[in-house]
Design a protein around this ligand. Structure first.
Ligand SMILES: [Fe+2]
Length: 216
């Protein structure tokens, strides 16, 4: 599969998922599922679409099983900048953009759940996207069933999500849009040049949500 990629350079602030020096959570606080219920961990706020614990599974997508599995192996704070509350916002934004752009929303949703799942710290973990791609491939056929072309897109989106690239593939860009629209949580204003036109219209509302000023 040939994926047409265009790299943007020359911007002073890269639109990546890195939180270097931004004062987010420090060392990991391992709070296991035995101490804090799955529902509590996955509830970002009172908005129903943000409550990952209430997402229904379907015969071809075991959402609750996947989320439980991801959390069981998650090595950083569940309450940090890359935890479930972030996944919920990435999912919400990514699906909204993806539906408008007729993207593959299954890939977009899986990106939200998995793209930061292999982080070893909250800061400059440069290979976490590549590890997430390997992790996703290992789960295919267990919690979800992606065709090869879908898995390729998911893995590409995850491996390159921290690179500050943009992409002509609506599915891949919708994944990145969802992630970048939540940059307000670490004090970075999303820049329209790194977003699709559809996502750029959501910058103000998404930033308010990232800062806890609205629930969408
Ligand atoms: Fe992220």
């Amino acid at each position: 599969m040939s994926l047409d990629k265009r790299k943007i350079s020359g911007f002073r602030i890269k639109q990546t998922d890195s939180c270097v020096g931004l004062g987010v959570d420090g060392p990991s606080r391992h709070i296991g599922l035995h101490r804090l219920g799955l529902k509590t961990l996955l509830t970002a706020n009172n908005k129903a679409s943000m409550d990952l614990a209430t997402l229904e599974s379907t015969p071809d997508f075991d959402r609750s099983g996947l989320l439980r599995h991801v959390l069981d192996q998650f090595k950083i704070s569940r309450h940090g900048a890359h935890g479930p509350a972030h996944w919920a916002r990435v999912r919400l934004h990514g699906l909204k953009v993806g539906r408008e752009r007729e993207a593959d929303v299954l890939v977009v949703e899986l990106f939200a759940f998995l793209h930061d799942s292999q982080r070893l710290n909250e800061y400059s973990d440069r290979l976490h996207g590549a590890r997430a791609a390997e992790f996703a491939a290992s789960l295919n056929g267990r919690f979800f069933d992606l065709k090869a072309v879908q898995l390729d897109k998911l893995c590409f989106a995850m491996e390159h999500h921290s690179g500050g690239d943009v992409h002509t593939c609506a599915t891949i860009q919708s994944c990145w849009d969802g992630d970048r629209l939540d940059l307000g949580r670490v004090g970075i204003q999303p820049h329209k040049d790194y977003l699709s036109l559809e996502a750029a219209k959501m910058i103000a509302s998404a930033t308010r949500m990232s800062k806890g000023l609205s629930t969408g």
